[in-house]
Design a protein around this ligand. Structure first.
Ligand SMILES: CC(C)(COP(=O)(O)OP(=O)(O)OC[C@H]1O[C@@H](n2cnc3c(N)ncnc32)[C@H](O)[C@@H]1OP(=O)(O)O)[C@@H](O)C(=O)NCCC(=O)NCCS
Length: 162
């Protein structure tokens, strides 16, 4: 499909089941081999608080939109799936770009928007973990904090100071 030709706008993801189902399809596909437990129901649990509309400042779920079409998303959450990391909070989570739009700068735009939202919330340090995008986060200036094993897969926790 190629890169979007118009501007990509980042805004709050609407609590729209069809949009969320499309995103979940990307997520399940991406994690299928390494984390098969991240299945459809698990993602419904993840997006559930957002869909229901929570009171507190988190979670924040952002979407990148080309017109009305969602082409990527990222979340800011208080706790992620990892055990024994209570010292690390909050987290950038569930970053994903439409498979047909990758490599167009949408991921970077989303990540920058999420960091901006963290700054608005007066968050001074934010974390994320990845099992397969080490180079991407390093390239965008994230610093490695710790390597761990999560459900039998090697992961790295990164941090960004705001
Ligand atoms: C990782 C992901 C979010 C990146 O989004 P994207 O929109 O494709 O990335 P961008 O185009 O914004 O990338 C920014 C830069 O990094 C480069 N880049 C893209 N993917 C990269 C990768 N996997 N490793 C290293 N560099 C990468 C781009 O070429 C671009 O380079 P430039 O600065 O020279 O232009 C996207 O590939 C994706 O959704 N992957 C599957 C889900 C996933 O892995 N999520 C992360 C979970 S931790």
């Amino acid at each position: 499909m190629g890169c979007p030709t118009g501007d990509v706008e980042v805004r709050y993801l609407p609590a729209d089941r069809m949009v969320v189902e499309r995103i979940i399809h990307w997520q399940v596909d991406h994690y299928r081999n390494a984390f098969p437990s991240f299945d459809h129901d698990d993602w419904i649990d993840f997006y559930g608080p957002h869909m229901r509309g929570q009171d507190g400042p988190l979670p924040v779920v952002l979407g990148a939109f080309e017109g009305t079409e969602c082409v990527g998303t990222v979340a800011i959450v208080e706790r992620d799936d990892l055990d024994d990391v209570d010292q690390y909070t909050p987290w950038i989570a569930a970053m994903i770009v439409d498979p047909s739009r990758r490599g167009c700068g949408i991921g970077r735009t989303l990540l920058n928007a999420a960091l901006g939202r963290c700054r608005d919330l007066l968050i001074s340090r934010v974390y994320l973990w990845t099992h397969d995008q080490f180079d991407w986060y390093r390239r965008l200036g994230w610093a490695e904090v710790e390597r761990k094993d999560f459900r039998g897969v090697g992961i790295t926790i990164f941090a960004s100071d705001l």
